[in-house]
Write a protein that binds this ligand. Structure first.
Ligand SMILES: Nc1nc2c(ncn2[C@@H]2O[C@H](COP(=O)(O)OP(=O)(O)O)[C@@H](O)[C@H]2O)c(=O)[nH]1
Ligand SMILES: [Mg+2]
Length: 165
């Protein structure tokens, strides 16, 4: 029987959550780069091993969806906080983490400092100092980052669920 593990992507609109789902999801080849705000929810599947699949889910980031976040976060084995890497965005993300910290209890939480390709990006270590959770740099529009991103999810889940090999 296949077990589905829920991994929720959390973060402001425009951070790169949908792009990350496309980067990591089984069988998606082409990365679209024109921005469309996610209406409601978006979801993709990652196969980990014969009996484990990950449901990677994103909640629409716009403020008018925020009241749904606690429900959306519930039952997540892992929460990936996605942020743009400019200082203003990182501070906004810190506020979000503070506001929803009770909803993150029991989940493995990591952050992705996305858009490292843009000038003026903070380094992942500096973002980590502000966010207080393990933080990894990413360029979600670069297909070469697919394996890196995949490893972040799998290694994060290793503490939480049984994974073969
Ligand atoms: N330069 C750059 N742009 C990115 C990167 N990741 C995402 N984007 C762009 O940022 C915009 C918002 O991305 P999206 O995934 O829709 O954000 P979401 O609202 O968090 O789902 C899109 O135009 C993406 O192409 C990145 O690593 N670098
Ligand atoms: Mg989106």
């Amino acid at each position: 029987m296949t077990e589905y593990v829920k991994v929720a992507l959390m973060g402001s609109g425009y951070a790169g959550k949908s792009t990350l789902i496309k980067l990591l999801t089984d069988g998606v080849q082409k990365l679209e780069t024109n921005y469309k705000p996610t209406p409601g929810m978006s979801c993709g599947t990652i196969t980990i091993d014969a009996s484990t699949k990950v449901s990677l889910v994103e909640m629409g980031g716009q403020a008018h969806f925020e009241f749904l976040w606690p429900d959306f976060l519930r039952g997540s084995t892992m929460v990936v906080v996605v942020t743009e890497s400019n200082p203003k965005a990182v501070l906004k993300t810190r506020q979000l983490l503070e506001k929803y910290k009770d909803n993150l209890l029991g989940a493995k939480v990591i952050a992705i400092a996305n858009k490292q390709d843009l000038p003026g990006s903070m380094r992942p270590e500096s973002v980590q100092d502000l966010l207080g959770v393990p933080t990894y740099g990413m360029v979600a529009i670069n297909p070469k980052e697919r394996l890196n991103g995949y490893k972040l999810i799998v290694n994060g889940l290793r503490d939480m669920v049984q994974i073969a090999a």
